[in-house]
Design a protein around this ligand. Structure first.
Ligand SMILES: [Zn+2]
Length: 342
């Protein structure tokens, strides 16, 4: 059973993300009523070390203590992981891979919870759905959408001119809500950075004022839209590091400066130790949207270096080894033209 509340627990707006566990449980849905009844759904803290969603929402709610313009349904994600400032606890699946999807049914408890939340929200016919995240590398703040139509693009544009269209991974929140309302994932840069919090707060203010997402004047002119075409993972058995000491594969220092820049062939992603060099070992596995292995299209071993083999635009390269292990090293994108979608 999902715990649902119709007001915030007393004193919650004074707490930081790592203190929320004192007053609220994982997966609590709070429905706050505003003048316009059709709610905006806001999901925060699906990853416990990504605090900007709570920081910005708290600012928004503190700003509107006299009354909300529109109803809001808030999903508190992983407040237990937030307590320890980690993405998830050791025994937990990734919450944002556990939502219903059209490709396979997941039966574990968190997936059933997400299924139930999706059903509850679908009944409420949300005006829009927003899932707020941070990433650990240097990226522009951008929004992610799973459907290319005007409502989704307009919603994403309220946050940023830079957006990514993606269809995998499966089991993410914005994908689960996309069949019944415009939905977006916003990536607000480094957790806790004030520019990301301000941008997200501004986005929430703008969004709550909208009456119709298919018509947001003047917004469709400057977007850069990218499509994710492949995911780069490091093989789990390969020992990796960014630091210069004895590891099997050393990633290039400051690799995340490449995010959202078009790189040419020959860009060095890292260096193999002598043992792996002898084996001409490729430490990456690159898969396309359908899960096919496309490593050979994008990377090659040149002497002891791993280099790009073609032009592409990487995103979400992170310098955090734990994030590489739990998620991926980066995504490979191409720029797309919006004209045929709007
Ligand atoms: Zn996240």
């Amino acid at each position: 059973m999902i715990r649902q509340l119709d007001s915030l627990p007393e004193g919650l707006l004074k707490l930081n993300a790592d203190q929320l566990y004192k007053k609220i449980d994982n997966h609590t849905l709070v429905h706050l009523e505003g003048k316009i009844k059709r709610p905006v759904f806001i999901s925060i803290l699906q990853h416990g070390d990504e605090h900007t969603g709570w920081d910005a929402l708290r600012d928004y709610l503190n700003n509107h203590k006299q009354g909300l313009h529109r109803s809001i349904s808030i999903l508190f994600g992983n407040v237990q992981a937030a307590r320890h400032n980690v993405r998830s606890l050791d025994n937990q699946p990734d919450f944002n891979r556990s939502w219903p999807n059209t490709f396979f049914k997941q039966e574990y408890p968190v997936a059933k919870t997400m299924q139930e939340i999706t059903e509850i929200m679908k009944e409420l016919n949300p005006f829009a759905s927003v899932d707020i995240h941070n990433n650990s590398g240097r990226n522009p703040h951008y929004s992610g959408i799973n459907v290319l139509n005007k409502d989704f693009i307009n919603l994403a544009s309220l946050f940023s001119d830079t957006m990514i269209y993606f269809t995998s991974p499966y089991g993410i929140q914005s994908g689960a809500f996309a069949p019944f309302c415009p939905s977006v994932t916003v990536e607000c840069g480094l957790s806790g950075a004030s520019d990301g919090t301000e941008q997200t707060h501004t986005f929430l203010e703008l969004l709550m004022e909208q009456t119709n997402l298919s018509d947001v004047p003047g917004i469709l002119e400057h977007q850069k839209v990218y499509k994710i075409i492949a995911t780069v993972k490091v093989k789990p058995e390969i020992d990796i590091s960014y630091k210069q000491h004895d590891h099997a594969f050393m990633l290039t220092k400051d690799l995340d400066v490449l995010n959202f820049h078009e790189i040419n062939s020959g860009e060095v992603f890292g260096q193999l130790c002598s043992k792996l060099e002898e084996q001409e070992c490729m430490p990456f596995i690159v898969t396309d949207e359908n899960g096919n292995d496309v490593t050979d299209t994008y990377f090659e071993v040149r002497l002891n270096k791993i280099v790009s083999k073609t032009k592409f635009i990487p995103s979400m390269i992170t310098q955090k080894i734990s994030a590489i292990r739990q998620d991926c090293l980066c995504y490979i994108m191409q720029r797309i033209n919006l004209d045929k979608y709007i």
